[in-house]
Design a protein around this ligand. Structure first.
Ligand code: SAH
Length: 253
């Protein structure tokens, strides 16, 4: 199924968010990953200029957000909902890992709308809210500091959704710039560089062909590590040629 359609079927539900800035951050997180369906259950302040500011280019997601007074209403029409929780509750679905659970969410999205349900910044999700969901997820964190900012938690999950919807290979942004590339240098061109180096180093007195030592094996090892391009050979030989001119001028003088 078309990945974009799958992503459009994922509702991001924020339960009782206190800070409008986090609503804006969530909208931005969603749009960067191709999600657009935002549900707000009893937000403390919405609409709010702070939400618009934090959303930046994603104010369209805020403008289309659905505000409800209960989670039940926000989940109407969905067949699968995942609760996001930093901690296991004694009752409620067992906490799973984001990747595995999102794989299931995407599979369910092929059949219709699904939801990711996030809690309030201070108290998280209530047990009752968690019991409206069929699965629960915790984002693995530093065990000593496990609570993500709400907008950050939305970003992590939306990223996983995008990766799963596009089977781990989402299209990358077309920059319109072709990276510079020169054809790779051929064996004879590289040998030409070594020959040139040998001449210059002999002329300068750095290298004594009577006592070669391991200089050339080492230089071959050095240049062998990089895949030299024709253009680079030309630059290096240009530099060598420029010192040759100097040296011969010197000799003349
Ligand atoms: N103090 C709250 C956390 C609030 S953070 C608590 O202990 O539950 C706001 C929301 O972000 C949480 O309700 C949850 O939906 C999400 N969140 C934050 N950190 C998370 C984590 N490590 N794993 C999963 N969800 C997380």
């Amino acid at each position: 199924m078309n990945p974009e359609v799958l992503l459009s079927r994922i509702r991001v539900v924020l339960c009782r968010p206190s800070h409008p800035g986090n609503i804006g951050a969530a909208a931005r997180a969603m749009k960067t990953m191709g999600l657009s369906s935002l549900y707000l259950v009893s937000p403390k302040h919405f609409p709010d200029p702070e939400a618009d500011t934090r959303a930046t280019g994603a104010v369209d997601v805020l403008a289309r957000a659905t505000v409800t007074s209960s989670l039940k209403e926000a989940l109407a029409g969905t067949a699968f909902a995942v609760a996001l929780s930093a901690r296991q509750r004694d009752i409620g679905p067992v906490l799973g890992a984001p990747r595995e659970t999102v794989a299931r969410l995407i599979a369910e999205a092929a059949g219709g709308d699904v939801a990711l349900v996030f809690g309030n910044e201070t108290v998280g999700l209530t047990n009752d809210e968690i019991l409206h969901c069929q699965a629960a997820v915790t984002i693995p964190t530093n065990p000593e500091f496990s609570s993500l900012n709400l907008g950050s938690a939305v970003q992590v999950l939306c990223y996983e959704c995008r990766m799963a919807a596009f089977l781990e290979k989402p299209p990358v942004v077309e920059q319109g710039v072709t990276p510079f590339a020169s054809p790779v240098a051929t064996h004879d061109e590289i040998e030409g560089l070594y020959g040139h180096l040998e001449t210059i180093m002999t002329d300068s007195g750095f290298y004594n062909p009577e006592q070669p030592g391991r200089l050339f094996p080492k230089l071959r090892r050095l240049f062998g590590r990089v895949r030299l391009e024709k253009d680079e050979i030309n630059i290096l030989r240009g530099i060598l040629a420029s010192t040759q001119v100097k040296t011969s001028h010197g000799r003349k003088g």
